[in-house]
Each structure stands twice: as structure tokens, then as C-alpha cells.
Design a protein around this ligand. Structure first.
Ligand code: SAH
Ligand code: SF4
Ligand code: F3S
Length: 471
């Protein structure tokens, strides 16, 4: 769960999107809040980076319309929950937070809206199921959210669905001042058997390369050190708009700006091209990290998942990646307990993570989702077996990650310092996405760090040289 932080990019023309100058430019948040009683908004977000970024867009749009963003539900006139549907648990977490608003509603007037993938798919049923929910909004068309909220203040109910055919250009109120997320495509047309995203987000729509590059150039001027290019499947970029070119070209254009670091996520193994790998290898500022979700190591399960590759093909893609992009850190997503997954299928997945030796994995238990193909088949792997497989794979991965991280001890790595850990130490990411905890430096600096220790989840080291990334 993330609360949207409120870095207001004053002086920048809406920071990202130039056609919408921000109305808050030049006015401090405090001055502002005095004039906006009734327009204090609180946003809470669940789900993937795209949802987080969409909340940054919602925050930007609300600010443009005169709203102030607040950090606590207690201070808000309007509460927006931007929810996720990827697994049952993700959905339940959002419902679990409604109580906090109910509590507040007992004391005073406050509006609650639920949106994102969750609002898009559950729609009116949320209004029926939770009387505290005043309105529901979808996963796109946020540009007109303020006007639609105004309308709803009068009528109540569901905001009419908005489904713009292209990606909307909106201003962003960004959470980080170091790393900026930049959308290159929205939606997904893949329809993996288990996945709700194509239903929640619609078909893949690519964003014009000129808009992407212009946004990155503005982020460079605003002092950002890193961009994270976002799409459900970045390497199928442009497939819906051949005139936009492909992902390799876009990546190269972005890398040719003066942004110190470029990352991207997520890459679908089936659509990986040698050109993308060549660009990664050729451009120093494109990070040495590839998130390449395999989902399973069993041919039978991969076929049932409709992933479009088998285990051998996945292994060949990994070999090609490692051939072209020297020292690349591979990470992955895995689903355990897909319908029909036997002990032998699971053993194939375990074998895959042992062979590939990912830097880190994100593993989750299969969860049947409405509308998806796999929801039509029995969810026949018991909860106990799913739990046990999840624990086995996570524990094996911890051993692998520790061994891999230990190889870095004694070496120097370049780290972009991003934030503070809970216990007040600074942390950042190495070029290859490994987390590095440092004891000196400042947020936003690109530091050369001598690695002195390693755990399964991070490296720790001391800063040798630190400098603002652009210099
Ligand atoms: N576009 C990305 C994934 C986006 S969803 C890709 O194709 O890899 C993020 C992750 O959620 C997926 O990689 C998958 O591992 C997991 N996931 C999706 N649907 C799921 C489900 N029904 N149950 C469990 N995990 C799921
Ligand atoms: Fe879901 Fe598959 Fe699309 Fe990824 S590629 S978002 S897993 S349908
Ligand atoms: Fe969740 Fe929607 Fe992302 S379902 S994972 S928030 S695309």
C-alpha cells in the first residue's frame, strides 16, 4: 500500500505534460490549502508501478483543479482508493481499508471513491456492497476526474466510464524526486490465462515516442536522475502503432537524452528482441537489469498459461541476454499452484531458478480471477500445497541470492541513492538493480560504493566518491 506523496513540481510546466500548465505553479501548498476547503484529497494506492504512476497522475490532475493533497484520511474531504485486482488478496486489502473511512464518516462529511483496476472491474457492485463508497472510477480517463467528482457531489453514484482511445496526457505529482516513472504503453493484449490485466486495463496502447522523449527531456531539466519506462509488456511497444517504431528504437532515443539512468519494465520473454539487448549493451545509461517473468518452469503449465514460450525457449532467451548484455542481472515473477501443477511441474520451476540464478524473484500463489480463462478450471492445488511450494521456492531463492550477492563483496559499484530505510540509513540501487545500503551520501546522488557486506536482499558498503548524477 502506498500513499501518494506530494512533490509539487513548481515552475515546471506541469512537469511532464506541457499542454496543461499546472494551476498551482508559484503558489505554496500552504497558501493553497487555505483556499481549498472541501478540496483536500487523500490518495492511497495498491498494485503495480503503473497503478502507482497513475495515482501520481490523479494527484497531478486534482492539484490542477485546485485540490490540495493531504497525508492522512483525517485531513481529507475526499478519499480515493486506487485499487488492484491482480489477486484476491490485493482486492481484499483495499476493502480492509474502507473501515478507516467509515470511522471518519461518523464524525464529519467525507467522500470515498474507489477506482483503478478494482473500480473498473467491480463497478457498481462496490456501491451496493459497501454503503460507505460514494463513487467508483475506472483505470483510465483520469483527466476529467475533478469535473466528474463535482458532478457526483450533486448526484452520487458511479462515474460514467471514460475510455479514451489513446493514453491521456496529464500532469504528474511525483512521489520520488530521483526516479521518475514514464508511461510508454498502457493496457495489455496478451491474455495470459490467469491474468486480469487485459480486462482491467484494456488493449495495449502505445504512447507516441515524441511525447515520451519530450517528457524525459523535461525530467532531465527538473533534475531527475533516472527514468523507469513503464508498460505491461514493453517489448511489444509499437505493435498497435507501427509508425511509432519498436521498443529498441524508443529505448535508444530515451538513452540519448542526458538522463543518467534508464530502466524499463516489464519485458515479456516471447517478445524479447536482439535489438533491445544491443541497445542495452551499447548505451551506458541503460541499466544492466532485465525483469523477465518466466511464471513457471514447466512446459505443460507454460502452455496452459498461454505464455507463448516453453522452458527451453526461455533458457535460450536467457543465454542470449547474457551473451549480449554482459553481467546483466535477471529478475523474474513466478506463480506457484497454477491449476493442475504437480510436484513434478513445480520441480521444473525450482530447477529453472537454480539454473538461471535470478538476482531476485517475485513469487505468488495462484489466485483465480474473474473473467480469466483459468478461472474456468478448478483451482485444485490446495492452499497448504501452495503455501508450502511458495516457502520452498522463496527459501531456495534466498540461498541463491545470498551467494550471488556475496560475489560483490570487495568490489565497487555505482549506486543511485534513492531513499532512507526504516531505521534511518540511506539506500539506493546499483546499475543492475541490486539494493545497496550506504552509510553516507545524500538522496539523488550517484555514488561509487565499496561493497563490504551482503545479505540475500541487499549489499552494504561505504561511499568512495559521490556526485550529482548529471555532472
Ligand atoms: N505484464 C507482466 C506482469 C504483470 S502482472 C508480465 O507479463 O510478466 C504481475 C505479476 O502478477 C505477473 O507476472 C504474475 O506473476 C502475477 N499474477 C498475475 N495474475 C495472477 C494470478 N491470477 N494469480 C497469481 N499471480 C498472478
Ligand atoms: Fe498479464 Fe500476461 Fe499481459 Fe503480463 S503479459 S499483463 S501476465 S496478460
Ligand atoms: Fe493490479 Fe491493475 Fe497493476 S490489477 S497489478 S494495478 S495493472
Amino acid at each position: 500500500m502506498y500513499r501518494t506523496a506530494h512533490r509539487i513540481d513548481q515552475g515546471e510546466e506541469g512537469n511532464a505534460i506541457l499542454s496543461f500548465p499546472s494551476v498551482i505553479d508559484g503558489i505554496s501548498a500552504i497558501q493553497y490549502s487555505q483556499s481549498v476547503m472541501g478540496k483536500r484529497a487523500y490518495i492511497e494506492t495498491w498494485g503495480c508501478q503503473m497503478n502507482l504512476h497513475q495515482s501520481e497522475g490523479i494527484a497531478g490532475v486534482l492539484q490542477r483543479a485546485g485540490y490540495t493533497l493531504v497525508e492522512e484520511i483525517e485531513e481529507a474531504d475526499i478519499v480515493l482508493f486506487n485499487g488492484c485486482m491482480i489477486r484476491q488478496k490485493a482486492e481484499e486489502k483495499v476493502y480492509g481499508r474502507i473501515g478507516a473511512v467509515v470511522e471518519e464518516k461518523r464524525k464529519r462529511s467525507v467522500l470515498l471513491g474507489i477506482g483503478g483496476c478494482l473500480g473498473h472491474l467491480r463497478g457498481d457492485s462496490l456501491l451496493e456492497r459497501f454503503p460507505a463508497v460514494d463513487f467508483v472510477f475506472g483505470s483510465r480517463g483520469h483527466g476529467s476526474l475533478p469535473e466528474r467528482i463535482e458532478q457526483l457531489r450533486r448526484t452520487g453514484g458511479r462515474l460514467p466510464a471514460q475510455d479514451p482511445p489513446t493514453i491521456e496526457e496529464v500532469p504528474f505529482s511525483r512521489k520520488s524526486s530521483v526516479t521518475a516513472m514514464v508511461t510508454i504503453a498502457e493496457g495489455c493484449s496478451n491474455f495470459c490465462s490467469y491474468c486480469i490485466v487485459p480486462y482491467a486495463r484494456g488493449p495495449m496502447r502505445s504512447r507516441a515516442p515524441a511525447l515520451v522523449v519530450r517528457e524525459v527531456e523535461h525530467l532531465v531539466s527538473a533534475g531527475f536522475q533516472e527514468v523507469l519506462l513503464l508498460g505491461q509488456n514493453v517489448n511489444s511497444y509499437g505493435r498497435d502503432r507501427p509508425e511509432f517504431g519498436g521498443f529498441a528504437e524508443l529505448l535508444d532515443w530515451v538513452a540519448r537524452t542526458r538522463i543518467p539512468r534508464v530502466r524499463f519494465t516489464t519485458s515479456h520473454p516471447r517478445d524479447m528482441t536482439v535489438d533491445v539487448l544491443k541497445t542495452m549493451a551499447a548505451r551506458d545509461n541503460v541499466c544492466n537489469h532485465l525483469h523477465l517473468p518466466c511464471q513457471s518452469g514447466s512446459d505443460r503449465i507454460l502452455q496452459a498459461m498461454r505464455r507463448g514460450y516453453n522452458r527451453g525457449q526461455y533458457r535460450s532467451i536467457v543465454d542470449a541476454v547474457r551473451d549480449v548484455v554482459e553481467g546483466v542481472n535477471l529478475t523474474t515473477d513466478i506463480i506457484v499452484g497454477y491449476p493442475g501443477e504437480t510436484e513434478s511441474d513445480f520441480a521444473d520451476t525450482m530447477r529453472l531458478i537454480e539454473e538461471v540464478r535470478f538476482g531476485s524473484i517475485f513469487a505468488a500463489k495462484y489466485s483465480p480471477r474473474p473473467l480469466t480463462r483459468s478461472a474456468l478450471v478448478e483451482d485444485d492445488v490446495s492452499e497448504g500445497t501452495k503455501n508450502e511450494r511458495l516457502q520452498r521456492i522463496l527459501s531456495r531463492q534466498r540461498e541463491i541470492a545470498l551467494e550471488e550477492n556475496e560475489r560483490w563483496v570487495g568490489r565497487d559499484v555505482r549506486v543511485l541513492i534513492e531513499g532512507e530505510t526504516r531505521d534511518g540509513r540511506l539506500y539506493g540501487r546499483a546499475d543492475d538493480h541490486r539494493t545497496v545500503v550506504v552509510e553516507a551520501g545524500a538522496i539523488g546522488e550517484l555514488a561509487t560504493v565499496h561493497v563490504e557486506g551482503a545479505t540475500a536482499s541487499a549489499l552494504a558498503g561505504s561511499v568512495l566518491i559521490s556526485a550529482k548524477g548529471n555532472s
